[in-house]
Design a protein around this ligand. Structure first.
Ligand code: GCO
Ligand code: MN
Ligand code: MN
Length: 387
């Protein structure tokens, strides 16, 4: 499809090696595709028009790779990056695949496992920094429990804090220009994961030694798994100056992490999300943490990747249309109306007394129709191309 919805580098569209490299394994079935090596995935991403590629340490360098294997892989990967011009904006650690992490990494009950997780993460941070990553994501895939008989939740919080404080100092000590982004998920693969929502991380971050270095990486599917409104989580992160990264994908509510193509399922939520990111001027990566259906071959993987970016760009255009629609904007303006006489503003005894003495006709206020049905329908008309 060649039209105005072609991705450009300034759109900052990124994919993980693990996303376009997904081999379609699920708990019930074997792989349906073979993953091309990382340097070929870089070329695939360049072909579909992405701006950048992100990775877990072991997406690039297998867990047991020898030094010479590591050197060879890195050489090919760096060549692919320079041949295509793709950036590496983000990197992360795989702290969930190896069975050693079966009871968690930073929160494991075993001090040896916790130490190993720190070692693995420091090495992965070195790798990310070497390749130019500016954001480092922490998704605690195994940081949780099946039974609370097995771990004290306070210990888990303390251990996680100790690890994050240690790793902040590590980045500072090495002069890395790196920010950390914490990614919440309510469950899966553990029965319950600690810090289940973006909001949980936002409050935790303030308890760290270097809160300025640490923000969040909210994922659409994760908040939807918890039945929450993703836009509201993103808005809270943004307002706190903590939206360092974002994982875009899609899925139905109340399911496992389906990782569908962005924009394919919940059009309206996706629309308001894109509109928000564009309206506030979010400058970070638009990272698609999703993968192609299990029915697809490598061409289908490209269709999937193109579709994520295309849907974002179509929704961005719709957001523009919504912002320029005279009727919609007149209504929005009215909703944002302020009355300086009634705004509580900063507290003073005088202001409090004045407010307490004011008279309100609550029944008359309540009787007004707010026209939200109409405004929402205008939105649907824009979205469905009927306007
Ligand atoms: C998941 C997560 C991961 C993380 C990734 C980056 O549900 O599997 O979303 O894909 O985003 O590990 O940290
Ligand atoms: Mn996920
Ligand atoms: Mn994710």
């Amino acid at each position: 499809m060649t039209d105005q919805y072609q991705p450009r580098p300034e759109d900052k569209f990124t994919f993980g090696l693990w996303t376009v490299g997904s081999i379609g394994r699920d708990p019930f079935g074997d792989p349906v595709r073979t993953a091309p090596p990382p340097h070929e995935l870089v070329h695939l991403l360049a072909e579909v028009g992405a701006y950048g590629v992100n990775f877990h340490d072991n997406d690039l360098i297998p867990f047991n790779a020898s030094d010479s294997q590591r050197q060879a892989i890195l050489k090919d990967f760096k060549k692919a990056l320079s041949d295509t011009g793709l950036a590496v904006p983000m990197a992360t650690t795989n702290l969930f695949s190896h069975p050693v992490f079966k009871d968690g990494a930073f929160t494991s009950n075993d001090p040896k496992v916790r130490a190993f997780a720190l070692q693995k993460t420091m090495r992965a941070i070195d790798l990310g920094a070497e390749l130019g990553a500016k954001v480092y994501v922490f998704w605690g895939g195994r940081e949780g429990t099946e039974s609370d008989a097995t771990k004290d939740p306070l210990d888990a919080i303390h251990r996680f804090r100790e690890a994050m404080n240690f790793l902040c100092e590590y980045a500072l000590d090495n002069g890395y220009d790196l920010k950390y982004a914490l990614e919440a998920k309510p469950n899966e693969p553990r029965g319950d994961l600690y810090f289940p929502t973006t909001a949980a991380y936002l409050s935790f971050i303030e308890t760290l030694d270097h809160p300025e270095m640490v923000g969040v990486n909210p994922e659409m599917a994760h908040e939807h798994m918890a039945g929450l409104n993703f836009l509201h989580a993103v808005a809270q992160a943004w307002e706190a100056g903590k939206l360092f990264h974002i994982d875009l994908n899609d899925q139905n509510y109340a399911r496992y992490d389906q990782d569908f193509r962005f924009g394919m399922q919940n059009l309206k939520q996706s629309f308001f999300l894109v509109k928000f990111l564009e309206d506030v001027g979010y400058q970070g990566s638009r990272h698609f943490d999703a993968h192609a259906f299990r029915t697809e071959d490598i061409e289908g993987v490209k269709d999937f990747a193109r579709g994520c970016m295309r849907n974002y760009l179509i929704l961005k255009e719709k957001a523009c249309q919504w912002n320029q629609d005279a009727e919609i904007q007149a209504m929005v303006k009215e909703l944002k109306a302020v009355d300086p006489d009634l705004a509580p503003g900063k507290y003073s005894q005088e202001k409090a007394a004045q407010l307490k003495a004011a008279s309100f006709d609550a029944d008359a206020l309540a009787a007004r129709g707010l026209k939200y049905e109409y405004l929402d329908q205008l939105t649907i008309d824009v979205l469905l191309g009927a306007r």
